[in-house]
Design a protein around this ligand. Sequence first.
Ligand code: NAG
Ligand code: NAG
Ligand code: NAG
Length: 477
Amino acid sequence: MKRLGNVFTACLGTFALLLCLYSVEGEYCKVNLCHNGGTCVTGVGEDPFICICADGFGGDTCNLTEIGPCNPNPCKNDGSCEVISPTRRGDVFNEYICRCQPGFEGMHCQINENDCAKQPCKNGGSCRDLDGDYACQCPSPYVGKQCQLRCISLLGMEGGAIVESQISASSVHYGIMGLQRWGPELARLNNQGVVNAWTSATHDRNPWIEINMQKKMRLTGIITQGASRMGTAEYIKAFKVASSFDGNNYVTYKADGQRRDKVFVGNADNDSTKTNLFDPPIIAQYIRIIPVVCRKACTLRMELVGCELNVYSNTAGCSEPLGMKSRLISDAQLSASSTYRTWGIDTFTWHPQFARLDKAGKTNAWSPAHNNRSEWIQVDLEKTKRLTGIITQGAKDFGVVQFVSVFKVAYSNDGELWSTVKDEKTGNDQLFQGNIDNNAHKKNVFEPPFFARYVRVLPWEWHERITLRMELLGCDD
Ligand SMILES: *[C@@H]1O[C@H](CO)[C@@H](O)[C@H](O)[C@H]1NC(C)=O
Ligand SMILES: *[C@@H]1O[C@H](CO)[C@@H](O)[C@H](O)[C@H]1NC(C)=O
Ligand SMILES: *[C@@H]1O[C@H](CO)[C@@H](O)[C@H](O)[C@H]1NC(C)=O
């Protein structure tokens, strides 16, 4: 009897309560869920039942009235329907054409074109075809939607644009009775002189040197060099790299798809330079070099390679859909606090993987098991991105209009420590105005944008049930 509440809602007003209770067990068509004389059929395909509608009616439960060939819209994937001649021929409406969105083709826009066919990715980028879009995976140091930009500026260790106060270290080695200071400010590529590099103190078991770039930058590589001290070559043979946005929480660099920290191969003598690329690039304000294996001592001269983040100078230039609709964001990247099942039926589970903007079908959105303010849906973007906005949309559960009318947004870089997007003026959690119906797109912008790998939407107020389809907007840097 656990399902009583749900079944009652589904049947109320149309059928006798007794009949409705019967429908729970066994055949779903014992109670005809189809309106307007529609015929209920069980066991067809994946759905427990489908409705075959009487003339002039459409929709999942036949309670939509057909008004001409374009209503309900027969075109898939957001194609728009145009009536050519509104006459009816026999039982079939076929006097319309579908105008497809870019990336789709076919009579009903049902065919997803190969968006990679025109080879949009430059400079060796590899292309992935998405629903109506493509994504380029760029080899470092190339960036941008089509890998068209090169991010290879020398950031100023050698040139001096990075000043002394931006460079710090875990410890410093003092040579010759404390007279020679091998300080971090000396760790500049090709630095000359008798004392010309940073060396960590002999007793330092966890040495590091850190550069504070003073703002978030995109780093695509590092050039390292050792030095010679009293006729002996000293250098770092292997090192790790860690980075941080705030100087408190650090993430150790890992190569794409790898779980273990990346160990970079460093130098092999006192003077040659060694270049390592960060692929993918690091977006951070603080970058830390952590020696792992040193020859004689951990001694370093270095340069950072990268570029400013303002490739997209404003929010307007950084508002690409990040891939809810196009499926660049895979199902595995989506999770939620819980999921709801209509009438307790597994086939009608409202998975977080369904929360894709404009998703079609009977169950076509995310809905949680409970309707309260502890529920959330999460997107793991797999790498840090700049987030500039969100589009939300409700859905219908068998004709019932449902949507989230107010929500909060939280974000995180590790999936554990979360920050809520704040209202700039009041400092309180920002309440975003969501939807007012089941279908219209509602867009909200994040001002200022934020950087994050994980994003959560926290429903705050809703109509009927918490029900959400969405898209995140932003760009790679
Ligand atoms: C350091 O490098 C220079 C140039 O390669 C070389 O001539 C010199 O012998 C090296 N010194 C030591 C101590 O290895
Ligand atoms: C939300 O509902 C669940 C299940 O009923 C409950 O465990 C949780 O404490 C509720 N949270 C709030 C904030 O009411
Ligand atoms: C369709 O039926 C549902 C109940 O199953 C009802 O809530 C909804 O308002 C109906 N829609 C229309 C357009 O009649």
